[in-house]
Design a protein around this ligand. Structure first.
Ligand SMILES: [Zn+2]
Length: 431
């Protein structure tokens, strides 16, 4: 069975299980987040966020992002606190990585309670949380209420967003699954003056210095030529919009790979800081401050990684390693690092639909909370030595992070000649 089918089957089983069992979530540090069911539908997620806002006594605010999903749904976020330093936490860019969304919803709820710890965080920080970036890739629905389908008739959850524009034969956009949509996490614009840039046009090397700035409307018909006008991925534009509005000191991107469906308790966590050094170097041609900005973001990210390592050392089932991530600048970890934020990937691996689903949620929650706790104490995280990141976190297989572009296809004019066919497993695995 292809990996994707196994994942899809497991995800459906997990969703069904959760719906019946109302799986509860392990206690957080304040023991108050154990009553929220996991694997929420879109409506349940929105209701959970609004309920938390309602009980927060004004500590949390609900809002929706400027661009709707192509399926026509609003993408919610919450803002907690009024502090001078901002942290941005995003989850579930990939629709089939659902436990991370629960981590984010539970974190929002804890941050808005009246404990001393949460109050201290709210006084020092403004925390922006987007618990489900990719709403369509999780449970997108048609107007008649049935689940969306790809061109093979398969239904979500799946990795990509929903944009079936290029379902026919011929070239497809870079990082695009034919008949389904884009990998959101390759489309984050990374130049300060180009918020609507398509980071893969004309390709991920020369695209570094190009700047496309039309607001491409992907809910309307558009073609390959339009890829040279602007960013075709509304979900990526949303996160960039938040980054511009709030200038986060720290950006945390939560991912989950459910590749080990029979894991039982074991969860493996991976993390990585921005690795787009070569892009920062190229950007110097058009932006003299690019390298300084990137280095600052990378150093901050490494301080965050040290906090994550120290926190997860308390959880023996979270066996932390360095994620072998690529250097593509459109990956959120790299893009927001290039914009100067301490931008960190936290990737959690373990079986979904098993007990480890709860562990995954818990790990994401505790790691995120610890980062916010320390950032509230010291906005510079000066007590954490960035040089310790590579000491504390080692590659699982002894290999360093991917030094290439992590991409086997040549990209020309923002497209690949044939792209993923519906029959092939997605090779853009991981973050
Ligand atoms: Zn992912």
């Amino acid at each position: 069975m292809p990996m994707r089918k196994i994942l899809a089957a497991a995800a459906i089983a997990a969703a069904t299980l959760a719906a019946h069992a109302q799986t509860s979530v392990p206690n957080g540090p304040n023991g108050d987040n154990d009553s929220i069911a996991s694997l929420r539908t879109y409506e349940q997620m929105v209701a959970a966020l609004k309920s938390s806002v309602h009980t927060s006594g004004g500590a949390m605010r609900y809002d929706v992002l400027p661009w709707k999903s192509n399926g026509g749904r609003e993408i919610p976020y919450v803002v907690v606190g009024k502090g001078a330093t901002t942290a941005l936490i995003i989850a579930q860019q990939h629709g089939d990585e659902m436990e991370t969304s629960d981590s984010a919803v539970n974190l929002a709820r804890t941050l808005s309670n009246n404990s001393m710890a949460s109050t201290a965080i709210r006084n020092a920080l403004t925390v922006i949380i987007v618990p489900r970036v990719n709403v369509d890739g999780f449970d997108g629905r048609k107007a008649d209420g049935t689940l969306i389908t790809d061109s093979q008739g398969r239904v979500p959850p799946w990795r990509q967003n929903y944009d079936k524009t290029f379902s026919g034969a011929g070239p497809v956009p870079a990082f695009y699954q034919r008949g389904r949509g884009y990998d959101i996490n390759r489309y984050h614009a990374f130049r300060p003056e180009c918020p609507l840039d398509n980071p893969n046009f004309p390709n991920i090397t020369t695209g570094v210095v190009s700047c496309e700035n039309q607001d491409l409307d992907s809910t309307k018909p558009y073609g390959l030529a339009d890829l040279g006008k602007g960013n075709p991925v509304p979900e990526a534009k949303n996160i960039r919009w938040l980054a511009d509005k709030y200038k986060p000191a720290v950006t945390l991107d939560l991912h989950h790979q459910g590749t080990r469906v029979n894991d039982g308790k074991m969860v493996t966590a991976s993390t990585l800081w921005p690795t787009a050094d070569a892009t920062a170097q190229r950007l110097l041609a058009v932006d003299p401050k690019a390298m300084t900005r990137f280095n600052a973001g990378q150093a901050m990210a490494k301080r965050v990684v040290v906090i994550i390592a120290q926190t997860l050392a308390q959880y023996p089932y979270a066996n932390l390693s360095l994620y072998p991530g690529g250097t593509e600048p459109g990956i959120s970890r790299n893009a927001y690092g290039l914009l100067g934020s301490g931008s960190v990937l936290l990737e959690l691996r373990g079986g979904i639909g098993t007990k480890s689903g709860g562990y995954i949620q818990k790990i994401g929650y505790h790691a995120s909370y610890a980062v916010l706790h320390e950032l509230a104490r010291d906005a510079g995280l000066n007590g954490f030595d960035p040089n310790q990141a590579a000491v504390l976190v080692k590659p699982a297989n002894g290999l360093p992070p991917n030094s290439g572009q992590g991409e086997s296809e040549a990209i020309t004019a923002g497209t690949v000649p044939e792209g993923d066919s519906d029959e092939h497993d997605d090779h853009h695995l991981g973050n």
